[in-house]
Design a protein around this ligand. Structure first.
Ligand code: KIV
Length: 296
């Protein structure tokens, strides 16, 4: 595989400049959590790989993202980076990795960068501005995330569309402007009415990337398992499934099981063969006498 400079990696300034209203193509972001997934997303031509903390729901079998740790994010960020993708890798800061102190926030962000990320994503608005600022001051690029922020699931009382009234929409717009003012290079808008996302997108100089936020954002993000039909739960309304890989994979395993049970796998072509000399020597070996139970 070629080196990073050879294959023209997507950079933070590349993404920062991608406003659709200025003639840019919409940004494409997809999550990935491991090396094969990163190769697929990169090969499909995405611009960004998000090592999302949706890792918890999609790979680790948790019901939410609150159980995902720094250790999990570091391991999976490193796995994604081993694919050496052209995509810019953005890693999620997991819950409680930026909530307690500004030093801890910057240090944890640096750990994800050292694991292979090119930027980190931080959930939340006004209350998280000091943490975002501390990370940016450490020269680490930050992507914001507003609206339905899954790490706030307990406080929100479930996964609900946000910014549905004037006051909440106003607060979201202010938070987006504050994040942009601090130097975030892009903002994910999740689970908000399309018109709210369109207004934020219009007001910001940096790009917005939507998920359940309508078509007016500067880009879109989908979760790998939702896009490919690999998740076990019914996906939310905003997901479009482009394949049924779970169906294909289950049918493939069923065919393998049937072949093994019928003695049809492995065949000649799937077996290693001995030299004539070894075959002859083995033919001369007799089977051991079966053990006898009891007396004569
Ligand atoms: O963790 C994740 O997958 C995300 C996206 C839904 C934006 O944060």
């Amino acid at each position: 595989m070629s080196s990073s400079t050879e294959h023209n990696r997507v950079t933070v300034p590349d993404i920062r400049a991608r406003k659709v209203r200025d003639g840019s193509e919409p940004i494409v972001m997809v999550t990935a959590y491991d090396e094969p997934g990163a190769r697929i997303v990169d090969g499909g031509g995405a611009d960004l790989i998000l090592v999302g903390d949706s890792l918890g729901n999609n790979v680790l079998g948790y019901e939410d993202t609150l159980h995902v740790t720094m250790e999990d994010m570091v391991r999976h960020t490193a796995a994604v980076s081993r694919a050496r993708p052209r995509c810019l890798i953005v890693s999620d800061m997991p819950w409680m990795s930026y909530h307690l102190s500004l030093e801890e926030a910057a240090l944890n962000a640096s750990t994800l960068i050292r694991a292979g990320a090119g930027a980190v994503k931080v959930e939340g608005g006004k209350i998280r501005l000091p943490a975002v600022e501390a990370i940016i001051r450490a020269e680490i690029p930050v992507m914001g995330h507003l609206g339905l922020t899954p790490q706030s699931v307990l406080a929100m009382g479930g996964y609900r569309v946000q910014a549905k009234n004037v006051e909440a929409a106003q607060a979201l717009m202010e938070a987006a402007e504050d994040l942009a003012g601090l130097g975030c290079f892009a903002i994910v808008l999740e689970g908000v009415p399309d018109i709210v996302a369109a207004t934020v997108t219009d007001r910001l100089k940096i790009p917005t990337i939507g998920i359940g936020a309508g078509p007016s954002c500067d880009g879109q993000v989908l979760v790998f398992h939702d896009l490919l039909g690999l998740s076990s739960v019914k996906p939310p309304k905003f997901v479009r499934r482009y394949a049924d890989l779970a169906g294909v994979a289950t049918a493939a395993v069923a065919s393998y099981a049937a072949d093994v049970r019928a003695g049809a796998f492995p065949g000649e072509a799937e077996s290693y063969h001995a030299t004539a000399e070894l075959e002859q020597a083995l033919a001369g070996l007799s089977r051991p006498e079966p053990a006898t139970l009891g007396g004569p």
